[in-house]
Ligand binder design. Sequence first.
Ligand code: GDP
Ligand code: ZN
Length: 352
Amino acid sequence: MLLESLGAGTGVYGAFQSYAARGLVLGRVAFAHRDRYRLITELEELEAEPSGALWFRSPDASAMPVVGDWVAARVVGPGQALVEAVLPRRTFFSRRAAGKREQEQALAANIDLVFLVCALDGDFSLRRLERYLTLAAESGASPVVVLNKADLCADPAGRIRQTAAVARDAPVLATSTLGGASMERLRDFLAPGRTVALLGSSGVGKSSIANALLGEECQATAEVRAEDGKGRHTTTHRQLLAVPGGGALIDTPGLRELQLWAGAESVDETFDEIAAAGAACRFRNCSHCGEPGCAVREALDEGMISADRWQSYQKLRSEAQWHERLTEPLRAHEYKRWVKSVHKAQRKARKK
Ligand code: GDP
Ligand code: ZN
């Protein structure tokens, strides 16, 4: 019952079947810090670590459990378990790992709906929202745009109109955690079996929204003991919480400051008017940088595409292409070209 309310449906139970036969239990990751996890299972909560087999079989760090993952775990002692397998993810947020090497870092999994929280104070930015919308498109989760701190804004309706033009099909709501009916309207998006995550810069009101949706007691009991970097025990907040009326809410620090890890296709989804115009360019691989017969240039000149949108499109698009180049294996024709260039260099060297 509990797991169903948290989103375990036929897909999850189907994927878990073969593990059930081996005596493993189904759990959902409510907290993850390095290789320590907290699992919610039907009967109890478990402290868990990855099994040796999981370490061994994982192709890279992004395959290890993250908040929101459904896992198969082996109970090895009172309240203790080893995670043997991560079940297939439906949706998946990730970002560039810190450091020089570009590596994908998983942040949270199996999110149905994501509240993209912006604040209607001085820091409001449509450009940042475009970034969040692109991330949501990449993850597979459906976005809801939440314009919080509406009480600080003289013209929330105007902001909603502006935002709706950028948000496309995503619902846009103005909210305030200080009072009024807006939290009720936000609560309407929660439902048994559904997982909602909060995404947005620090200070926009995510914790306040979580408290309003969950009730204060829920947060107060949500503490987890974890080890900090120096091996000391500290208390941190759980990152996945059961919603009183059913469903799950994810609020993890990892989702709070995101760099773009998205493909060019997700950028196109966010800027669909530019992608649509581009389909009419004379050349299929048109870069919209001065080629003849460029429909995007034409749309820009006619004011069908705004200069602001065009600028953020170019920026996000080149970021996305940069990641794709670094992470995709070479395509066949690129490989052939590369072999050719190596042969050529070798011939040159031999001649000398
Ligand atoms: P988080 O960093 O996104 O989790 O933001 P918090 O929930 O911690 O909120 C940051 C600050 O904004 C706190 O001082 C809150 O009291 C305040 N705050 C949150 N929601 C609202 C709101 O709707 N209106 C106003 N005026 N302040 C808010
Ligand atoms: Zn073009």
